[in-house]
Design a protein around this ligand. Structure first.
Ligand code: P1T
Length: 399
């Protein structure tokens, strides 16, 4: 199998482009045979060879490589400021591949607030394979600069974080954590799903690996499940490519094509998501039926200053707590008409969900309580509908 030896030279010609141009052109050129402006969907499992082990072009078999997937991987790598991209079958398969870099006995220090599926994989599959996971509130670093080191062991190998976290939107200092990881020779992986490379570039802040659920903002239309890993580290990339080829967790050609199509509007969509989310957060903060709103763009957010420094925008996710109880929350969901009650996020349509019973049901009740994920805690993915319609829908349901 060809590892991505030629990746650097392939990406070189795009490096002078700015972000909005990269989102449209990165990793893509008119098809050399037909001139097709959009990258074709190479819906093929295999490629003809001239003689044994002498493929006609660069490709041998689509589990190993596929031209449509490669364009997506290159475009993602360019946007994240990375060299190597891998497009996988889901966000969870990207996480699984990264955990596969570890060996039995190794320890992962993970942020205490992560997607329920991430918590589940660390406490079930990874545990069965001999990995240990410890969940830490990295915000404690502000009070104690030795907090992570004091909680590490000689077996610590990987630090894992989401920032802002899912669903309580805590913001962790990537640069500070990266410095500690470098000193201790730990790998730092940041799940950048909520911000996308448009609003946050973890590699430039010192992370070794970035992962994504492409299912969310990057896909942007709630029609595809996929994931990605991006890195600048050739050694990590080589191992990940070998593992990906060995297990076959790949993004199919049609999904890769859909994602390339979505990427072209990602910068525009992210800014529009943020505009609606900030306006709704400010409006909800004043609503008499709501006790608390969490959005990194609000001055009331505990890490607002860090968010402003570290992020290039605040994103489209916000969480809030209703006054009342579980029944109040259930009635509120029932009354909503424009917001759809559903797991997932990042699509053009607004979604709303109940983390305790939905996305974070795999967390033990005590852990959820500690994080503040109560029965009245609600997470919202603010879409691109008209702001007045969104407000009207929320207001009638709240009342
Ligand atoms: O669903 P999948 O593409 O496998 O991605 C998993 C995943 C990874 N990381 C983050 C931060 C995520 O939010 C997710 C998936 N999250 C949801 C489905 C959700 O509603 O939060």
């Amino acid at each position: 199998m060809k590892i991505q030896g030629e990746t650097k030279s392939r990406l070189k010609k795009f490096l002078g482009l700015k972000e909005k141009s990269l989102a449209i052109h990165g990793g893509q050129e008119p098809d050399p045979v037909t001139g097709a402006v959009m990258p074709p969907i190479y819906q093929t499992s295999t490629y003809a060879q001239k003689a044994p082990a002498q493929p006609i072009g660069e490709f041998e078999y689509s589990r190993s490589h596929n031209p449509t997937r490669r364009s997506l991987e290159d475009c993602l790598a360019l946007l994240e400021g990375g060299t190597y991209g891998l497009a996988t079958s889901s966000g969870m398969s990207a996480i699984h591949l990264v955990l596969g870099l570890l060996s039995p006995g190794d320890e992962v220090l993970c942020g205490d607030d992560v997607y329920g599926g991430t918590y589940r994989i660390l406490t079930t599959i990874a545990k069965r394979h001999g990995l240990k996971a410890k969940f830490l509130n990295f915000a404690e670093l502000d009070k104690n600069s030795k907090f992570i080191e004091e909680n590490s062991s000689k077996n610590t190998k990987l630090v894992w974080l989401e920032t802002p976290t899912n669903p309580t939107l805590k913001v962790f200092d990537i640069q500070k954590i990266a410095t500690i990881c470098k000193k201790n020779k730990w790998t730092l992986c940041v799940d950048n799903t909520f911000m996308t490379p448009i609003f946050q570039k973890p590699l430039s802040l010192g992370a070794d690996l970035v992962i994504h659920s492409l299912t969310k903002y990057i896909g942007g239309h709630s029609d595809t499940v996929a994931g990605a890993i991006i890195t600048n580290d050739a050694k990590l990339a080589d191992q990940l490519y070998i593992d990906q080829n060995s297990v076959g967790s790949i993004c199919p050609p049609f999904d890769s094509w859909l994602l390339l199509r979505s990427l072209k509007t990602l910068p525009v969509r992210m800014r529009a998501h943020q505009e609606n989310a900030l306006a709704l957060a400010e409006w909800l903060e004043k609503h008499p039926k709501i006790s608390k709103v969490i959005y990194p763009g609000l001055k009331s957010h505990p890490q607002h200053a860090l968010a402003k420094k570290q992020m290039l925008g605040f994103g489209g996710m916000l969480s809030f707590t209703l006054k009342g109880n579980l029944k109040t929350a259930t009635q509120f969901f029932k009354k909503l008409q424009l917001f759809t009650l559903a797991e997932s996020l990042g699509g053009v349509e607004s979604l709303i969900e109940h983390p305790a019973l939905m996305t974070h049901a795999s967390l033990p009740t005590s852990v959820r309580k500690e994080l503040g994920i109560e029965d009245t805690f609600i997470r919202m993915s603010v879409g691109l509908e008209d702001l007045e319609d969104l407000k009207k829908d929320l207001d009638q349901a709240l009342r």
